[in-house]
Design a binder for this molecule. Structure first.
Ligand code: NAD
Ligand code: LMR
Length: 328
């Protein structure tokens, strides 16, 4: 067995944490030959609950779990970690938009960015806590010591949701739907670009030609899925979010097969899709499997999609303006 990969998970005692930790510890994320060491990072008042989760992790007897530690501060919890999964923050309630959380959750990512800068030079940081694009932007700006490209925010859940909807509509298994990039913000302006998607290797529009459905029900269902789950469960998505987080880290960790891509919000380099440099924007991404990745820049974008992408970009610019005092 190799050296353990050290993974910090904030909000370890929360809903997502409870689904996520066991899947990391089981070896599913980095493979059966790679041990992991988990740092559970929580608020002081939730440390006791995290202790319960740590007991259960022990009780699973996962051969890949090299150790578990619990921390009540990011400064100690992020020391020497290779991955920091920033989940801990407040979820929205019914009737709220995700960016209504910005004032309350934003400051968390100032402190966590600073803590990463102090203790974790060889780190990849994934932000799940909402509003995740702008929180990732805040963390990255407060951690200039780490290259900006090592920060990302999760839109994999949106891609998974979009694929599931289209698979149902086309009457195929979800594995048949590919090339479905999410552009922009993890919010109700996100853009699931169905125009470039494939079903069983052929253009999706050959199988689903009803544009009224694609531009209407499909778009809105994906954009508002998080709110629909909150309305149904009384709590925000958790198991599906944890599953998407596993998919997200796996997608960055492994080389993306030739011609494929996945969705994640990363800092724009300003060179494509009319998105200003630095904005934490969801793009199609191809991982080189060595810790680096490329933004897939050459997708053909229709005038219809350009308008949608401009809308989600403008929302992110407005969010950036709201948090300008937190951007270090
Ligand atoms: P939860 O309330 O069940 O758990 C949050 C946990 O975070 C709590 O245990 C709390 O003590 C902890 N916490 C709060 N502030 C912290 C801090 N500064 N440091 C460490 N821990 C802290 O919430 P949840 O359902 O697990 O959701 C967590 C976040 O993930 C929410 O913001 C939610 O909106 C977001 N989310 C994002 C996506 C996505 O696709 N990006 C999907 C689902 C949920
Ligand atoms: C989701 O998409 O399910 C999460 O971002 C939670 C939410 O607030 O919608």
């Amino acid at each position: 067995m190799s050296q353990p990969i050290k993974v910090a998970v904030t909000g370890a005692a929360g809903q997502i944490g409870y689904s996520l930790l066991f899947r990391i510890a089981s070896g599913e994320l980095f493979g059966p030959d790679t041990p992991v060491h988990l740092n559970l990072v929580e608020l002081p008042q939730a440390v006791k609950a995290a202790e319960g989760t740590a007991m259960e992790l022990d009780d699973c007897a996962f051969p890949t779990l090299a150790g578990v530690d619990i921390f009540d501060s990011p400064e100690t919890g992020f020391d020497g970690v290779n991955w920091a999964l920033l989940v801990g923050s407040k979820p929205r309630g019914p009737g709220m938009e995700r960016n209504d959380l910005i004032k309350e959750n934003g400051p968390i990512f100032v402190a966590q960015g600073k803590a990463l800068a102090k203790g974790a030079s060889d780190v990849r940081c994934v932000v799940v806590g909402n509003p995740c694009n702008t929180n990732a932007l805040i963390a990255q700006h407060n951690c200039r010591e780490v290259p900006a490209t090592r920060f990302s925010a999760m839109t994999m859940l949106d891609e998974n949701r979009a694929k599931a909807q289209l698979a149902k509509k086309a009457g195929v298994g979800v594995g048949s739907v590919s090339h479905l990039p999410i552009f922009g913000n993890h919010s109700s302006t996100m853009v699931p670009n169905f125009e470039v998607a494939n079903i069983s290797g052929k253009p999706l529009l050959d199988s689903i030609s009803d544009r009224n459905y694609l531009e209407g029900e499909f778009f809105t269902t994906v954009q508002k899925r998080g709110a629909a789950i909150i309305a149904a469960r009384g709590k925000s998505s958790a198991a599906s979010a944890a599953s998407a987080c596993i998919d997200h880290v796996k997608a960055f960790y492994n080389k993306t097969p030739e011609g494929q891509y996945f969705s994640a919000a990363v800092p724009s380099d300003g060179s494509c899709y009319d998105v200003p440099s630095g904005l934490m924007f969801s793009f199609p991404i191809s991982s080189n499997g060595d810790g680096t990745y490329e933004i897939v820049k050459d997708l053909e974008i229709s005038e219809y999609m350009k308008g949608k992408i401009a809308g989600t970009r403008d929302e992110l610019l407005a969010e950036r303006d709201v948090v300008k005092d937190l951007l270090g």
